[in-house]
Structure formats: structure tokens, C-alpha cells
Design a protein around this ligand. Structure first.
Ligand code: SF4
Length: 695
């Protein structure tokens, strides 16, 4: 399998949060052979179509190879000094909250750590947020409310040990394909039942035992019904409930919520609830259909409530499992990459936590209030409060809701820096300074996947042109801003040791994220590090959390959170009669910077489209393949109609990948209003309202 030539290098797939291990062999001419790593616990040799095609995406044809300042190529020295001077001058004139970083789950943990340290420890603002805000911020908020920390309780092995897997708001077959293969393998091996809860009939319904096509946004009502059924059926675990608070209020809320919002037949809901209640080993996998909602945090807690009330958590084959969209969304959470968090799951609003981090970093200041979350950050760019912005490995001019307004805000920002591997993104085109960063196969560092497994990404190709590692670029700017020794890093291993040491301090505060067992890891051991699930301490390694019924709130008890169904923010009506759902395709990734380079990936579904129900198409005189104009209160797109009963009447679906370069009239997030969950700040990307007409 491995072939001859250069030795294979063990690394990690840079796409989704499954975090599959890959074996890479460079051909010496810029090419790369890729196969699944049989020894990696996430995938055991499997890869999906995107991972298999990675070798087709490493060409240099679109690469940014030298820094550019106001459109002209320059050297690193000039570019870095300009960035440092501009940020320092802006802060001196307007204060630390006049600058912001918008970063990405594509960054390695070491990159993320340095960015977070620079902004929260030395610039003295919490205005660093990440595109993970669009991905799983609602899960973070739900975990913290229930557990006291942002803790993923279980592990992928639970899938193989479950008798029921419930997929909620997750097209696992397309978005986390290797995990879906594990679910199907469990079905074959032990007869695991599969339930899909999703307004659409997706590829994940193939092989499922039940599909509940609920009304968009109605998850809370459905899980409240489940909670009530568990109570009425005598399935509450009284011993485990003693380890929680909030049962009575939660039950009251659950009993008050009716089924009407779900749009489901009472008998099918009853069948689902009975199946859940009678099955001891239940894993509930949830993703963007839960998170990307103005009630996303409540949806998460509605799911967690059911697992906590029955003690179905922290045991083999049991528990809630959030699956993240990005390769290192979890690493970003661990370093405090969200504007409302501090490093190592410490709390920004806790004075003891702040002073411990400040002392550890020997930092001049740590802000005592959360920074601007993504939607608010770009509003602040738009209204002039943010005057210097650094965007790293993400494309908000396409991917943020109200993308036209975000694009215009970035264009008008007095100073915008973009670090990326290419200049050919809608956002990079707006930059004053473009910094060439190394790409996935050239990088060295760590990532954390959905089940807390830390894996190494290892460089197998040389950095092209003048491209540099993100940690190095950020540290250079930190040094040039006058923060000297704090950013004098020689390698990612050195950063990792610092991060691991800080996690030991967090562990002392009773935080879950503790990898202090790795704080003295040698360069050689870091280079050879095997995938391992945190925590990693002198006494503990990455097992399940909460088996002992001990949680991270001060009283060690979990919280059941009373939640009630709320409709999506935008209401359908005569002007905008359709509900628009957005999502990923099997073979594309984000705004297609990499996947569009692979002909076979692009062949899967080659152009943007809108799925519409046959009855709606007929009523609007729309035939298959017609171009249709889709209009929302905030934007408009032109898409090709696909007529399918996979979507319900009154609902339409469109993929979110196309950009100003690949399909200017199909930037889907121009249609999405920037309504957010009040707790998590996550935008409602799956419940916009639109009108449709033949073009
Ligand atoms: Fe990569 Fe995710 Fe596919 Fe695994 S499942 S190969 S991590 S895209």
C-alpha cells in the first residue's frame, strides 16, 4: 500500500472535525500521495472523498507566495513592520478595543494560542473571535450551562457500543462521512438503530430506521416531549438526578411545550420517544442544524437534559456528541479562541482566572469583559468602531450572514490584514496587507477533533515562496509591537509546552481541559506524538467524563436547563413565503479554496442550486434546471432549480460554498439575516425567509 520512495509521514486531514489520520508521501515534485492511517483511532484507515482527494489540492497554481502591501509584492520585514506599527498606532490613538482578529478553525492549536495570547494578554482586548462562532458556539454555551465547562463527555468508541444513534440536525453522511461509516458499521455489527431528525431527507437517511422531518427550529419542542415521556414512563434515573439541579423547573417547561411546532405526527414522535426510553445505550450526535439557530443553545440543552435525566452520559455507548465542522474547532475552544473565553477553558469574567493567566503570561493586561462575537465584530467594523482588522484563514466576505454588508464593511475598514494561502478569495481581495501563510501539508502543529483527540499535523512539503507558519507571523508582529520575550518562540513544540503548562494551572481551578502531563514533552517526543485524547495529566488520561457524576460547577452538580420552544427569528408570510435551509455538499469544503482544485470533487455537484419541492415548483411554474431568483429581506441570488421531495413543501435548500469568484450570483450568505442566539451569538443560518420566482 505504502509504495516506494520517500517515507510516509503521519498527519491529519484538514477538513472536518472527525480528524482522520492520513499517511502522506511526497513525490519530490510537489505532488502528494494520500491514504488513510490504519493506526489513527478516529478513522482506522478510512477516508471520505474529500480526504482521499487531498493530493489533488496541494498544487501552487493559486498560491500567494509573497507578502503584498496595497497590492504590491514586498518583503516580510516591510509587511510585518507595517502591520505592527498600524496596530500599535491604532491602539495608542483609539484604545485596544479599536482592533480585532477574526480567526479560524483551520488554524493549528499553536497558531491559535499565539493569536489569543497576543490579543487577550498583550493588546488587552478580547476582540478575537473565530469562524467557529458560525459552527458550534451554541454547543459551547450549552455545555457550559449544563456541565460548568465546555466538555465533550464521550468518545467515538461510544458509537460502536450504542444500540441507538440519533442524528439531530446533522447530515453526517456528507459532513462527517467517516463517522457515518462507523454508525453504519455499528448497525451491521450489533443492530444499532438509527434515527435522523432533520427537516430534509438527506443521504444520512439511507440506512436509518426512522426519519423525523421536523419543522425547522422545532428541536426544543421535540426533546421537551422526549423529556416528558421519560418522566411519564418512569425512566428518570433518580440517583443520577441527585447529581444535578433544575429537574422540577425543567420538567415543568417540558410538560408545557406542545408538539405543534414540530409539524410531526404524534404517533411518530411517540415511537421515537419510546425507542429512546427503552434503549439504555443512546448516543445523540448533533451538529449545525442544532447550533445555527437563534435558539441553538436551548436546543443543545434540551438534548443534554434528556441524557442527564436518565444518566445516559459518561458510560460506554451513551451520551451527547457534538460534531464540529472544522478540523480544529476544538483546539480553538481550548486556547480561548472565542471572544467570550479565556485560555484552557478558564473564564474571562472570573477575576481569579484572569489574574492567573496574566501572571503566567507575564502580560500587562487581560480584559475583564468579553470581546465582540463575529456578527457584532463585523458590525463594529462597518460602523467604524474597529479600525484595524486581521483576518486569518477564513473568508467572511462570503461566509458571514449578510455577506454583502460584511464585504462592504471590510472594504471600508481603514486597515485590513489577511493571512491566507491564496489571494483569490473575496476577503483577500479587500486586504491592505496580504500575508502568505503555509498550507496544510506544509504546517507543523496539533489539532483536536470532536472527541478530544489531539493529533499532529506534520509538514511533508516545503513552504513555497516566502510562505510562513501562522504562529511565526503572529509572534513576529507581537515582537515588533514591543512585547518581545513573550513571543520569542522558536518552534511549535515550544508553544505547545507553554499551552500544556497553562492547562495545569487551569486544572488547579477545577477545569476539564488539562494536558499538563505533556508540559515537559521533548522536541523529539512532540515530533513523534501519537494521537491522544485529553485530559492528559500525571494521574488521568483521556477517558470519558462524568462517569463519576462529578461536574464542573462549583457544587459539582450538573444543571438541567428549563427551555421552551421559540420560533426562528424571521417569520414566513406573503412576501417571503419559503424557509431557506443552507448547508454543505459531500465533496466541497467551506468556500472551496482547496476542494475546487480537485476535478473529481468538483464533478459531484458542479454548480450552485436550489432544492424545491415539486408542488411548490409547479405552483411557481418552475421546471427542473430553470434559473430562479431567490430574494430575502437582506439579499438576492440566482440559482438553478432542482425539484425534489427531499425538501418539504414551503422549504428550500441551497449549498453554501460558492463565492464571488466561482459564482457571483450564488453567494448564499447574502440571503441570510444576521439574527443570532442571545447566549452564544451564533447566527441562524438555516431558517431564513425567501421569495422565489423564475428568472
Ligand atoms: Fe477528512 Fe472529515 Fe473526510 Fe475524515 S471524514 S477524511 S476528517 S473530511
Amino acid at each position: 500500500m505504502g509504495g516506494g520512495g520517500a517515507p510516509e509521514v503521519r498527519s491529519t486531514c484538514p477538513y472536518c472535525g472527525v480528524g482522520c489520520g492520513v499517511l502522506l508521501r511526497a513525490d519530490g515534485q510537489g505532488g502528494l500521495a494520500v491514504r488513510g492511517d490504519p493506526a489513527h483511532p478516529a478513522n482506522r484507515g478510512r477516508l471520505c472523498s474529500k480526504g482521499s482527494a487531498l493530493g489533488e489540492t496541494v498544487g501552487l497554481e493559486n498560491r500567494l507566495l509573497a507578502p503584498r502591501v496595497y497590492g504590491k509584492e514586498t518583503g516580510w520585514d516591510d509587511a510585518l513592520q507595517l502591520v505592527a506599527d498600524h496596530f500599535r498606532d491604532t491602539i495608542a490613538t483609539h484604545g485596544p478595543d479599536s482592533v480585532a482578529f477574526y480567526v479560524s478553525g483551520q488554524m493549528l492549536t499553536e497558531d491559535y494560542y499565539v493569536a489569543n495570547k497576543l490579543m487577550k494578554g498583550f493588546i488587552g482586548s478580547a476582540n478575537i473571535d473565530t469562524n467557529s462562532r458560525l459552527c458550534m458556539a451554541s454547543t459551547v454555551a450549552g455545555h457550559r450551562r449544563a456541565f460548568g465547562t465546555d466538555t465533550v463527555p464521550g468518545a467515538y468508541e461510544d458509537i460502536e457500543e450504542a444500540d441507538l444513534v440519533v442524528l439531530v440536525g446533522s447530515n453526517l453522511a456528507w459532513c462527517h462521512p467517516v463517522l457515518h461509516q462507523r454508525v453504519l458499521a455499528a448497525k451491521k455489527a450489533r443492530g444499532t438503530r438509527i434515527v435522523v431528525i432533520d427537516p430534509r431527507r438527506t443521504a444520512s437517511c439511507d440506512g436509518a430506521d426512522m426519519h423525523l422531518a421536523l419543522t425547522p427550529g422545532a428541536d426544543v419542542a421535540l426533546f421537551n416531549r422526549l423529556f416528558a415521556t421519560l418522566y411519564e414512563g418512569g425512566a428518570i434515573d433518580k440517583a443520577f438526578i441527585a447529581r444535578t439541579q433544575g429537574f422540577d423547573d425543567t420538567l415543568r417547561s417540558a410538560l408545557n411545550d406542545g408538539l405543534a411546532p414540530t409539524g410531526l405526527d404524534a404517533a411518530e414522535v411517540e415511537a421515537f420517544c419510546r425507542l429512546w426510553m427503552r434503549t439504555e445505550r443512546v448516543v445523540t450526535i448533533f451538529s449545525q442544524g442544532v447550533n445555527q439557530s437563534t435558539s441553538g443553545s436551548d436546543k443543545v440543552n434540551a438534548i443534554l437534559n434528556c441524557h442527564l435525566a436518565t444518566g445516559r452520559i459518561g458510560k460506554p455507548g451513551c451520551g451527547p456528541l457534538s460534531v464540529t465542522g472544522q478540523p480544529n474547532a476544538m483546539g480553538g475552544r481550548e486556547v480561548g479562541g472565542l471572544a467570550n473565553m479565556l485560555a484552557c477553558h478558564l473564564d474571562l469574567e472570573n477575576a481569579d482566572h484572569r489574574s492567573a493567566v496574566r501572571a503566567f503570561w507575564n502580560a500587562p493586561r487581560v480584559p475583564d469583559a468579553p470581546g465582540l462575537k463575529a456578527v457584532d465584530m463585523f458590525r463594529a467594523v462597518g460602523d467604524g468602531r474597529i479600525k484595524a482588522l486581521w483576518i486569518i484563514h477564513t473568508n467572511p466576505a462570503v461566509s458571514m450572514p449578510e455577506a454583502d454588508a460584511v464585504r462592504d464593511a471590510i472594504a471600508a475598514c481603514p486597515f485590513t490584514v489577511v493571512s491566507d494561502i491564496t489571494a483569490r478569495t473575496d476577503t483577500a481581495r479587500l486586504a491592505d496587507v496580504l500575508l502568505p501563510a503555509t498550507a496544510w501539508a506544509e504546517k507543523d502543529g496539533t489539532v483536536t477533533n470532536c472527541d478530544r483527540t489531539i493529533s499532529r499535523q506534520r509538514s511533508v512539503l516545503p513552504a513555497p515562496g516566502q510562505a510562513r507558519a501562522d504562529w511565526n507571523i503572529l509572534a513576529e508582529v507581537g515582537c515588533r509591537m514591543g512585547f518581545g520575550a513573550a513571543f520569542d518562540y522558536a518552534s511549535p513544540a515550544e508553544i505547545f509546552r507553554e499551552h500544556a503548562t497553562l492547562s495545569g494551572i487551569a486544572g488547579g481551578f477545577g477545569r476539564d481541559f488539562d494536558i499538563s502531563g505533556l508540559s515537559a514533552i521533548s522536541d523529539g517526543d512532540y515530533a513523534a506524538m501519537e494521537p491522544q485524547r485529553w485530559p492528559v495529566t500525571a494521574t488521568r488520561s483521556g477517558n470519558r467524563f462524568f462517569a463519576d457524576g462529578i461536574f464542573f460547577h462549583p457544587d459539582a452538580k450538573a444543571r438541567l436547563i428549563p427551555v421552551s420552544w421559540r420560533a426562528p427569528a424571521a417569520k414566513t408570510g406573503p412576501r417571503y413565503p419559503f424557509r431557506l435551509n443552507t448547508g454543505r455538499l459531500r465533496d466541497q469544503w467551506h468556500t472551496m479554496t482547496r476542494t475546487a482544485l480537485s476535478p473529481r470533487l468538483s464533478a459531484h455537484l458542479a454548480e450552485p442550486f436550489l432544492d424545491i419541492h415539486p408542488d411548490d415548483a409547479e405552483a411557481l411554474d418552475i421546471d427542473a434546471a430553470d434559473l430562479v431568483r431567490v430574494t430575502s429581506p437582506v439579499g438576492a441570488c440566482i440559482l438553478r432549480a432542482r425539484i425534489t421531495d427531499a425538501v418539504q413543501r414551503g422549504q428550500v435548500f441551497a449549498p453554501m460554498h460558492w463565492t464571488g469568484e466561482t459564482a457571483p450570483s450564488a453567494r448564499i450568505d447574502t440571503l441570510v439575516a444576521a439574527a443570532t442566539d442571545p447566549l452564544s451569538g451564533q447566527p441562524e443560518s438555516k431558517a431564513s425567509v425567501v421569495a422565489i420566482a423564475r428568472h
